[in-house]
Design a binder for this molecule. Structure first.
Ligand code: FAD
Ligand code: NAP
Length: 442
């Protein structure tokens, strides 16, 4: 059977996969349940795949958050250092138009099941216009994203107010005049606490450990640009330097009433926020420790304090989920995730994951490189190593960062080291800015 590739998802990872496979003349169909390109970056107040908020701006700077085949300068030179969700949506849609990807994407199409038949056939059940049908492919690429299925915490007791997840938080206005408790120390929690504190009667934030809060700028430059200057150093030394720099510039957490940080830089996914510490010192956000139990509208904390709230917003992260696979076939929800270069399956050499990694930085530049390696593999220009099973295991046992053992830390990579590892697999002239048009796959 001639190669026919299925891509699930037309978010930032899916479109670059589509572009790079088309570049190599492959026959590809991309399915997305949405009506447009952009994935997580299509903000909507209605329930949708997206988890971004009305006020979300990216946390990595535009310089380190662009496709090299189509940079922000190619799109719009006036975009700020940290673009908003809407600028990103427009950037991704401009990429798709520039490379003429739209004819290859079937929108409003949900992938329901993917079953491997025999050695080289994928039977993909899709739902389109309320009708189900099965399409047959030789290869399958999952680009379905990993920030849309809420991971909810559980506590003893019951809460009588509203208990929601950050996936359903869209904007601050519904929380005007309310007593809000935000749970978590990641980027969602800190963003949500800052935003609700502008309108709420009171906003508190509950952390189960101490986190370092990294500002968006150092010395007038985006912090990742400053960080990139030491990318040549080993991760351990970079972590040590970052810790020293942050202690010097920000000071200890206890100055802000927050729990002290007991981890080294990189041992938890970084939280980047310019306003949280400011809001705490202005009495707008109140730090709390982990929750002990819930009772009616009272929350009891582990330090013996208690307080009443109207709303709890759990910003407790997302589950790595592939609803179109049987759990017995693929279930990475609690880790580990043994994939070579975070994309090649040890046993199924016609199944690939693009964008399923969590860098300390931006995702889609890595997706761009992964998809170029994939395109070379599918055309036979790149050979999968013989010892792939060992290499998959090695990625699990030798992560770039030794992170704390919580569910969000199973797919972390160092942005720079991961990029170097991917670039090693590509020829020097890997950038390809010219749009190539091929006819739509049958
Ligand atoms: C609030 C917030 C802020 C973030 N900020 C950053 C940031 O600053 N930098 C960064 O790099 N990352 C950030 N992220 C992570 C974000 O998930 C990635 O930036 C990016 O969206 C990953 O692209 P993707 O294409 O892999 O996944 P997604 O953008 O999630 O796209 C997946 C696509 O797959 C489609 N899909 C899924 N399942 C199916 C199915 N069964 N059938 C058909 N279609 C399907 C979806 O509709 C969607 O279009 C943020 C996440 C959140 C929640
Ligand atoms: N551009 C932006 O502005 C922006 C905004 C939001 C999110 N994002 C990105 O989106 C992704 C998801 O971020 P996220 O903040 O939603 O999730 P996240 O990074 O997974 O963080 C979840 C937080 O909740 C805590 N947590 C999890 N379960 C808990 C429990 N049962 N009780 C108490 N605390 C619990 C985690 O603690 P542990 O430390 O113990 O794991 C962590 O502090 C990340 O890649 C992030 O960078 C970016």
């Amino acid at each position: 059977m001639q190669k026919r590739v299925c891509i699930i998802g037309a978010g930032p990872s899916g479109i670059t996969t589509l572009k790079n496979l088309i570049d190599k003349g492959l026959s590809v169909v991309c399915y997305d349940q949405n009506k447009e390109v952009g994935g997580n970056w299509i903000y909507s107040e209605d329930e949708s795949h997206s988890s971004v908020f009305e006020t979300t701006h990216i946390i990595s700077s535009k310089t380190l958050s662009q496709y090299e085949d189509y940079t922000f300068d190619d799109f719009d030179k006036t975009v700020a250092d940290y673009p908003s969700h809407d600028e990103l949506r427009r950037y991704f849609q401009a990429y798709a138009r520039y490379f003429d990807l739209y004819p290859h994407i079937e929108f409003g199409t949900s992938v329901l099941h993917c079953d491997k038949k025999g050695d080289n056939e994928w039977h993909v059940t899709i739902k389109q216009h309320n009708q189900e049908r099965v399409e047959v492919f030789t290869d399958l690429v999952a680009c379905n994203g990993h920030h849309s299925v809420p991971r909810m915490p559980e506590y003893p007791g019951n809460f009588s107010g509203s208990f929601m997840h950050s996936h359903h938080y869209k904007k601050a206005s519904p929380f005007a005049g309310k007593r809000v408790l935000v749970i978590g120390g990641g980027n969602s929690a800190c963003d949500v606490a800052v935003e609700t504190s502008r309108v709420s009667e009171k906003t508190s934030i509950s952390w189960r450990r101490g986190y370092r809060i990294i500002p968006k700028f150092f010395f007038g430059l985006p912090s990742d640009i400053v960080g990139a200057r030491s990318a040549w150093l080993p991760v351990k030394i970079r972590s040590w330097l970052n810790d020293r720099l942050l202690n010097l510039l920000i000071g200890k957490n206890k100055l802000y009433g927050l729990q002290e940080v007991k981890t080294k830089f990189g041992e938890t996914h970084p939280t980047i926020n310019d306003e949280l510490l400011y809001k705490i010192r202005h009495g707008k956000v109140h730090p709390k420790v982990d929750i002990e139990c819930l009772d009616d509208n009272t929350v009891h904390f582990k330090d013996g304090t208690k307080e009443d709230f109207d709303v709890i917003i759990a910003c407790t992260g997302f589950v790595l989920k592939h609803s179109f696979f049987k759990d017995s076939f693929v279930d990475y929800s609690d880790g580990p995730v043994p994939l070579y270069l975070k994309m090649f399956h040890p046993k199924h050499h016609d199944l690939f994951f693009v964008g399923m990694f969590q860098p300390l930085g931006c995702i889609w530049p890595g997706s761009e490189l992964q998809s170029k390696i994939l395109a070379n593999y599918l055309t036979g220009e790149w050979k999968m190593p013989q010892n792939i099973e060992k290499l998959c295991e090695r990625e699990v046992t030798h992560p770039h960062y030794r992170q704390i053992n919580t569910p969000r830390h199973t797919i972390t990579v160092d942005y720079h080291d991961f990029r170097k590892a991917l670039l090693k697999q590509l020829p020097k002239n890997w950038i390809s800015k010219e749009p190539k048009t091929i006819s739509k796959s049958a």
